[in-house]
Design a binder for this molecule. Structure first.
Ligand code: GA4
Length: 331
């Protein structure tokens, strides 16, 4: 059943397929986002990635830096992308190749810490890729695209440029908490926003994901928000047993804007524990051509054909918050 607690849809993957496919389509149209329960990915697989990630982030900075900088894969701390964006987090970006490969760069191969984490990540990524393909097949059914595998084929191939990311947001220390003044106004585009009970700042800035679909799982520490189509930031309460599913820019183009990529951000961590989130970004191969699926075009076609390589290049040459899809739009 789809419930709308707190405004955003929660979809139960264990119910009837024809119902779920409709629910997913509606959620992607209205929010570009939904929460997924009864997703079928084993808790043991998830816990192993979580444990190894915490073990990695607990290492001394100098050791972690040996797995960096992220260009674009590897360990990163506070810097995001290549254009000067920053955030209050550290992270690991790893390949999510199909079939699994330990890494795509010699830096990653030679790093012992990453070798260990890559093994558990590969297991996780295989399970989550299958889940992502299931979701894409359900969308294809719900949209009556004719070919039910037209979307999942894009990521279910050996050349898929999918990426795995784990973000670690350490808690702000007590001193920092004491010195942040309460904002008088809630400013949408400022670095200050209202985060539930605490006024706080943004830890990872507003952006959309360039890929097709993002599957995110977090521990029980909150901070994640999505921007609703009616212009409000919605806090998503953390739930380690569910996944958050986020529509990316490529999905928006494939559906000719019927789905909109969801802008999201993460607030600074005011809790006593670190927030740990893991994301699988389902992407096509670099040379895959992206253009609106013919059944999605009723009158105007909104995008010129482009490759995933072109969109990815545009993303890395722009700032985090930029709307990179506009570059490929017909006026
Ligand atoms: C957002 C989605 C993924 O996390 C990511 C990010 C990438 C990065 O952190 O290196 C980007 C960001 C993401 C979009 C715009 C560019 C690229 C940082 C940035 C400023 C790995 C991705 O593919 O795009």
């Amino acid at each position: 059943m789809t419930s709308r607690a707190l405004g955003v849809p929660t979809i139960d993957l264990s119910v009837d397929r024809s119902i779920v496919s409709q629910q997913i389509v509606i959620a992607c149209e209205e929010y570009g986002f939904f929460r997924l329960i009864n997703h079928g990915v084993s808790n043991a697989i998830i816990s192993r990635v979580e444990e190894e990630s915490f073990r990695f982030f607990a290492k001394p900075g100098s050791e972690k830096q040996q797995a960096g900088p992220p260009n674009p894969l590897g360990y990163g701390c506070r810097t995001i992308g290549l254009q000067g964006d920053t955030g209050e987090l550290e992270y690991l970006l790893l390949p999510a190749a199909n079939p699994p490969s330990v890494s795509q760069s010699s830096k990653l191969i030679s790093n012992n810490d990453l070798q260990i984490i890559s093994c558990v990540v590969n297991e996780y990524v295989q399970a989550v890729r299958r889940l992502t393909c299931d979701i894409l097949d359900l969308v294809a059914e719900g949209l009556c695209l004719g070919d039910n595998f037209v979307l999942s084929r894009l990521i279910n191939n050996v050349e898929s440029d999918a990426v795995f990311r784990v973000n670690h947001y350490p808690p702000l220390d007590q001193t920092a908490k004491a010195f942040i003044p309460a904002p008088k106004f809630i400013l949408q585009d400022d670095k200050i926003a209202n985060n539930g009970d605490h006024p706080s700042r943004v830890g990872l800035g507003e952006h959309s994901d360039p890929q097709i679909l993002t599957i995110m799982r977090s521990n029980d520490v909150g901070g994640f928000q999505i921007f609703s189509h009616d212009g409000l930031w919605i806090s998503i309460p953390p739930n380690p047993t569910e996944f958050c599913v986020i529509v990316g820019d490529t999905f928006q183009a494939l559906t000719n804007d019927r789905f909109k990529s969801a802008r999201h951000r993460v607030m600074e961590n005011f809790n006593d524990k670190p927030r740990l989130s893991m994301m699988y970004f389902g992407a096509p191969s670099l040379d895959a051509t992206i253009c609106p699926i013919p059944r999605m075009v009723s009158s105007l076609i909104h995008y010129r054909p482009f490759t995933w390589r072109e969109l990815k290049k545009a993303a890395y040459s722009q700032r985090l918050a930029d709307r990179r899809l506009d570059l490929f739009k017909y006026n």
